[in-house]
Design a protein around this ligand. Structure first.
Ligand SMILES: Cc1cc2nc3c(=O)[nH]c(=O)nc-3n(C[C@H](O)[C@H](O)[C@H](O)COP(=O)(O)O)c2cc1C
Length: 173
């Protein structure tokens, strides 16, 4: 499969550690990583010119990034929890999915969410419910939703159970 991983964290921390552990087991797939914090994507202005298939009028990285998602069999969204939700960086990119929404239907989806709070916190349900709604709209199939609790930037990398969990997850894909 062509798998694209979208990293929503602006720092080299827990989300990156989770992504790296996952990638180390994804040897049988073509993997591309998009750093939502590094690409130049302006917020969606709701102009409607795209008509949900023509692409975005913005003269930035929006179309190039969305075209990578369109060409993918599976998209893995990996984000820290910021204020009970996903980060603004990854949300901005998801908003731009609108510009080619008609071409983004039927993807396999994976979710990796890392928050400081324990994994029974309501925030993981809120984020899961948001992706369930998006998936219903775009006919996406959420294949996995892995949640981890870590705060300091190097914490998750030192969590052997989490690292092993991610490697086994990669093998199951
Ligand atoms: C602006 C901001 C908001 C945050 N909000 C939450 C939150 O609502 N719930 C939570 O559990 N952790 C929250 N955190 C903690 C991060 O989710 C946590 O440190 C996470 O491990 C960061 O991931 P990263 O190392 O990949 O950047 C917040 C951190 C920041 C910087």
């Amino acid at each position: 499969m062509k798998i694209t991983i979208v990293n929503g964290s602006p720092r080299k921390g827990n989300t990156v550690a989770a992504i790296n552990a996952l990638i180390s087991g994804l040897n049988n797939h073509e993997v591309e990583l998009i750093d939502a914090d590094k690409v130049n994507i302006s917020p969606c202005r709701g102009c409607g010119v795209c008509e949900c298939y023509k692409g975005c009028v913005a003269q930035d990285d929006s179309n190039a990034v969305i075209d990578i998602l369109v060409a993918s069999d599976m998209i893995i969204f990996a984000s820290p929890v910021y204020w009970w939700g996903i980060t603004a960086q990854i949300k901005k990119l998801i908003d731009k999915c609108y510009c080619k929404g008609a071409l983004l239907k039927g993807k396999k989806i994976g979710l990796i969410i890392v928050g400081g709070a324990s994994t029974d916190n309501e925030q993981y349900d809120l984020i899961g419910r948001q992706f369930n709604c998006i998936s219903e709209y775009l006919n996406w199939d959420i294949v996995f939703y892995n949640k981890y609790s870590a705060s300091a930037a190097n914490e998750l990398a030192g969590n052997t159970d989490a690292m092993n969990d991610l490697k086994s997850l990669a093998e199951s894909i």
